[in-house]
Write a protein that binds this ligand. Structure first.
Ligand SMILES: Nc1nc2c(ncn2[C@@H]2O[C@H](COP(=O)(O)OP(=O)(O)OP(=O)(O)O)[C@@H](O)[C@H]2O)c(=O)[nH]1
Ligand SMILES: [Mg+2]
Length: 417
């Protein structure tokens, strides 16, 4: 049964992983300015913003998600996040319990590498000044490569012998080894296709095996770098340095602490804040815009007002947002996640017969290249399905691929075919 997508937060100690988790979810993962604040992995549900199907049919005003929310066609869909302990150089050899922490990541579908771009923590997460965080991106990737490579190489002799004896193909042999990371044969096959190796598996040298492992990690753990702590004065020059070397699609600028702060103030009724946006309204803002009640917001003291102004200047106006919501969208984009909308009634897009409770109640995220059949299995479990309908009540083939705007609104007709 296909699992829900899981996004893992990685990085050295004190880079802000737990703060990032808390900023994206209602979790209260422990935060501290000392390394290894987090030891046990923490799971929490965040919300991914996607374009809802309701806008396509001009039904945004009656869209009522069972989980998450939908505002003007921007839908928040639950997605699972995992915050793990910090990794240090040498983690794959067990430094700082790194091998155990790496194991916690096995089932992640994508990684967010939280990088401290303030340069105020060293590679071990200890307080310093002027550290160059561009190094972290390099060594952390290498730790992940060495972890997977190490696991493979300890058994390589036996793997090769078995491969030869069974006259197996390379994808099956590797999938046997990589299934512990939640890989699929298709994923391993894509890795091999991309590398287009000329030599058979039994003659691979160490360099080739390392190449294969690197390619596999690109497939299995697509990674977004969240350049965090952009609110810090030293961040700019470090961001510039990293931006020169990394593909633009792989980096997002964030201030997790600002998002936590804004969400807290909004919850306490001091401000109106659209999560992940640049818009913050205070009571005074709303009064000056002609609402004598100030939107019912509470009055803030001078200190709090000054903090808000500072945050607007240092983060929201300079960078457009705190960036944390974009981190999830970027990860989802790398994964090619597709939102699927199961409905009962293909004419009304409601969920029950005569249901007056709004449209597009459900939305499930599936991985790219998912077939209609796999989507059905994920949504309906083992319930026997006679046939599946798409928009307009037309039958769709089980082997069709689910894509954004195509085969993504489905109705499952229960019964024996
Ligand atoms: N200035 C600034 N500080 C931040 C930001 N995010 C986190 N911090 C601070 O960085 C320190 C470490 O934050 P944590 O979230 O505990 O870091 P972690 O990566 O989970 O650390 P470990 O659990 O020890 O691996 C805390 O003092 C946070 O307040 C940010 O966006 N800006
Ligand atoms: Mg932590």
């Amino acid at each position: 049964m296909p699992r829900d997508p899981l996004i893992g937060l990685v990085g050295k100690p004190s880079s802000g992983k737990s703060t990032m988790l808390n900023s994206l979810t209602d979790a209260t993962s422990k935060v501290g300015n000392f390394p290894f604040t987090t030891i046990d992995p923490q799971r929490a549900i965040g919300y991914l913003q996607v374009d809802c199907a309701c806008v396509r049919f001009d039904k945004a005003d009656v869209c009522k998600p069972n989980y998450g929310s939908c505002h003007d066609g921007k839908r928040s869909v639950p997605i699972e996040l995992l915050d793990v302990a910090g990794l240090v150089p040498g983690a794959h050899e067990g430094r700082g319990l790194g091998n155990r922490f790496l194991d916690d990541l096995r089932h992640a579908d994508a990684l967010v590498h939280v990088v401290d771009v303030s340069g105020t923590t060293d590679a071990e997460g200890k307080v310093t000044r002027g550290y160059d965080p561009s190094q972290d991106i390099i060594w952390l990737r290498e730790e992940i490569v060495q972890w997977v490579l190490g696991n493979l190489m300890t058994k390589w002799g036996g793997i090769k012998r078995r491969h030869i004896a069974l006259k197996a193909n390379a994808a099956d042999t590797l999938q046997n080894q990589f299934s512990g990371y939640g890989s699929t044969t298709a994923m391993v096959q894509r890795t091999l296709d991309r590398l287009a190796l000329k030599t058979p598996l039994e003659s691979w040298d160490n360099e080739t095996v390392e190449k294969v492992v690197n390619g596999f990690i690109d497939e299995k753990f697509p990674t977004v770098c969240a350049l965090n702590k952009i609110d810090h004065a030293d961040a700019d020059k470090n961001i510039a340095k990293i931006a020169k070397k990394q593909p633009p699609d792989s980096i997002v600028l964030t201030s997790a602490i600002s998002e936590v702060f804004l969400r807290k103030l909004a919850k306490q009724g001091y401000i109106k804040y659209t999560e992940g946006s640049e818009f913050v309204d205070t009571r005074e803002d709303l009064i000056s815009e002609g609402d004598p009640e100030g939107g019912g917001l509470k009055e803030m003291d001078e200190k709090l007002k000054a903090r808000i102004e500072n945050l607007k200047d240092m983060v929201l106006y300079r960078f457009g947002s705190t960036g944390v919501v974009q981190v999830l969208s970027r990860a989802a984009k790398l994964l090619g996640l597709v939102p699927v909308f199961p409905v009962r009634n293909m004419n009304s897009f409601t969920s029950g017969a005569g249901s007056s409770g709004g449209v597009f109640r459900d939305c499930v995220l599936v991985n790219k290249n998912t077939t209609v059949k796999d989507a059905a299995k994920k949504i309906m479990g083992d319930v026997p399905i006679a046939y599946i309908e798409g928009v307009g009540g037309v039958r769709v083939a089980e082997t069709d691929i689910v894509e954004i705007g195509k085969n993504d609104i489905l109705s499952f007709r229960v019964g024996r075919a």
